[in-house]
Design a protein around this ligand. Sequence first.
Ligand code: ARG
Length: 313
Amino acid sequence: MMVKLVPVRVLLLLLVLWATGSDAQIDVCGRAPLNSKTDSRIVGGQDASEGAWPWQASLEIRNGLCGGSLINNQWVLSAAHCFTSTSTSGVSIYLGRHNRQNPLSSNELRLGASRIIVHEDYDSKSSDNDIALVQLDSTVDFTDYIQPVCLAAEGSAFPDGLDCWVTGWGTIQTGVSLPAPETLQEVDIPIVSNSRCASSYNTLTDNMVCAGLSAGGKDSCQGDSGGPLVTKNGSVWVQAGIVSFGRGCAEPDFPGVYARVSQYQSWINNQISTNQPGFINFQGSTGAATFVSMSLPLLLSVPPAVFSFFVLS
Ligand code: ARG
């Protein structure tokens, strides 16, 4: 009898731990203690303040520059087109980085990659599925300067005109590099609905989301690729897009095009088995959505906890 009971208890305990712990990033993601924005490389932007975007990663890929976002303690989300191969040699990832000056500041970490996963259906012609994951060669501890971002859950909606921010060290105009000391740039741009955006780009797919001004002047640009397009959901920042492509940069009626993160919740969860990133179902700027989505993992942890109380006691 005893022999049979122990494995059952262990199994139940594991079940409880799994149910309560698998979505652990939801409790930490998207917090930016040093970001003073109250609501929600780069053309038409401004210097970010240090620590404002603590998930921003800088990727140096054998002379190529890309952005990325930290999504848990060992994975960075980026764009498929940043990687011409999945070889990890010559790939450096910087976290907690404010400018690209050397030596590194005390808030910065430089890591290597242990694995690069490019989406199997990435199409370089249409840029469909322009998403990749980079595993860091060691896990990182979060600080005020290094924090994971929350990701938009499947079914999220980003309405036309929604205010978003994009960040990066890319060019400040087509062909014009960011001048020294190359401080991280930020710019706010509104979402452009897919139906409007499709009149600018005939290759637009449901896996893309657009952002920009009809008048142009503000955009991401070369070198910003792979970096995050985020919006604020209550007190938490959620990543809506990954910098992917555009016709030129900041041109009128040609918004920037981003990989639509919410289309990839299961793809990401299939690649990352432990410490899955925090996903938030974003539905606009109302506070109600925040409450429901944030409390869902908590709600889900109640039945197994109650169950285990009765069975294990
Ligand atoms: N493909 C570019 C890169 O590799 C990003 C272009 C973004 N373009 C734009 N207009 N938003 O860095």
